[in-house]
Design a protein around this ligand. Structure first.
Ligand code: FAD
Ligand code: DHB
Length: 394
């Protein structure tokens, strides 16, 4: 079978790319190793930049986002027993972010692709990419019924996340990778309890970082810094709530953390990783397949969306004999990727406790936090980075 674009991975990057290509009249096939139910339930990110929301609207997948997304005009930074509001709207001339879970973005995209006759093949095995030294790369996979399929493509998009196969297909000498691990991880929970706050709280605490986010007026999403080798089994619900209550405590304020049944619990390691270039011949990497940021800046999902906003027109033009945008793809994306990598590193190292660190580190973190909440220039820098950078229009 022939298809213009083969897409590996039905995460936000692969699905949105397929949708953006369809709007340009370019057909694609998405192949995914997991089931549809698994992809739609995997708890991950929750913050969309304005540019991401605008792009999802242009891509015709924002009906539920517009109904259920919660617009937020700021965050709280908490440290030294005080909570400070950073007002994004006021600092940036009206910019905000929208809290809408990645699970819902993925559900909306899958539903729209299938409703419009798009092909998304779930639960495939043995995905292979071949003939990358030609203009007709091949994508092979096996359907759940055992049928082996082979797609002759004009281009393949590797949107298969950090652990996928696509990046490995780029010859080692042609790919440079830059990586740093962090000596901590996040324990994330989804709880059936109304949020205890009107804006997200990023809390610096001597016992470690904590983040209070939300999913709806009835559901809370919270994260705790834990050791990277921690297992969920060591964290019964009561221990999680005690630790969260302690790290968010505001003595004398009357504020309390509401508790409720925990619906989901998982631990995520943290790393910065960038692979360059994001292209080899007719193979293009997008999203986590090419780069990972620690989650503290809420950038991972937004970067995946921004990559495919650049990739869709680049592939459309490439297939019509105009390679300029495809040739510029990697450099265009890496500019944003490195900005986000810096911001995510900065937020992460300002807010987390490094095990075994001396007192200098904690004092420098507190000095930086005091500067951010007292200098308009510093607060504007955080607000500008957090709310994001413009995305190409379709
Ligand atoms: P993914 O969402 O990873 O999608 C890749 C898809 O490819 C997956 O569905 C996978 O099953 C599929 N795949 C893999 N291999 C193959 C193969 N061989 N063949 C076919 N399909 C394949 N970001 C934040 O901003 N905040 C957060 O709190 C946050 N939490 C996270 C928690 C976890 C556990 C992880 C892993 C990431 C988290 N992120 C977070 C990052 C954010 O969710 C990602 O940046 C985002 O999912 C990237 O989208 P993607 O489409 O590039 O990759
Ligand atoms: C969420 C995740 C993040 O990484 C972040 O910085 C803010 C919010 C969330 O899942 O809601």
């Amino acid at each position: 079978m022939r298809v213009p674009v083969g897409i590996v991975g039905a995460g936000p990057a692969g699905l949105l790319l397929s949708q953006l290509l369809a709007l340009r009249g370019v057909e694609s096939v998405v192949v995914e190793i997991r089931s549809r139910a698994y992809c739609e339930a995997r708890q991950r990110a929750g913050v969309l930049e304005d540019g991401s929301v605008r792009l999802l609207r242009q891509a015709d997948v924002a009906t539920r986002l517009d109904q259920l997304g919660l617009e937020h005009g700021g965050i709280y930074l908490q440290f030294g027993g005080e909570r400070h509001h950073i007002d994004f709207r006021e600092l940036t001339g009206g910019r905000s972010v929208t809290v809408y879970a990645q699970t819902e973005v993925v559900k909306d995209l899958i539903r729209q692709r299938l409703a419009q006759g798009g092909v998304v093949e779930f639960e495939v095995t043995d995905t292979e990419i071949d003939h990358l030294d030609t203009d007709q790369p091949v994508l092979r996979y096996t359907r759940p019924d055992g049928t082996r399929c082979e797609l002759a493509c004009d281009a393949i998009a590797g949107c298969d996340g950090f652990h996928g196969i696509s990046r490995q297909r780029i010859p080692a000498g042609l790919l440079s990778t830059t990586e740093r691990g962090y000596p901590y991880a996040w324990l994330g929970i989804l709880a059936d309890v109304p949020p205890s706050t009107d804006e997200l709280i990023y809390a610096h605490h001597q016992r470690g970082f904590a983040l209070h986010s939300l999913r709806s007026p009835a559901l809370s999403r919270l994260y705790l810094q834990v050791d990277p080798d921690e297992s969920v089994g060591n964290w019964p619900d009561e221990r999680i709530w005690d630790e969260l209550a302690h790290r968010f405590e505001l003595p004398g304020s009357g504020w309390t953390l509401r508790q409720g049944p925990i619906l989901d619990k998982s631990i995520t390691p943290m790393r910065s990783f960038v692979a360059a270039p994001m292209r080899y011949g007719r193979l293009f990497l997008a999203g986590d397949a090419a780069h990972i940021v620690p989650p503290t800046g809420a950038k991972g999902l937004n970067l995946a969306i921004a990559d495919v906003a650049v990739l869709a027109p680049a592939l459309d033009y490439l297939l019509r004999g105009k390679p300029e945008l495809a040739d510029a793809y990697s450099a265009t994306c890496l500019d944003r990727v490195w900005r986000s990598t810096h911001f995510s590193w900065w937020m992460t190292t300002m807010l987390h406790r490094t095990p075994g660190a001396d007192d200098l580190e904690a004092q420098l973190q507190l000095a930086q936090l005091r500067y951010v909440v007292s200098s308009r220039a510093a607060a504007t820098s955080l607000a500008e980075n957090y709310t994001g950078y413009p995305i190409l229009d379709l």
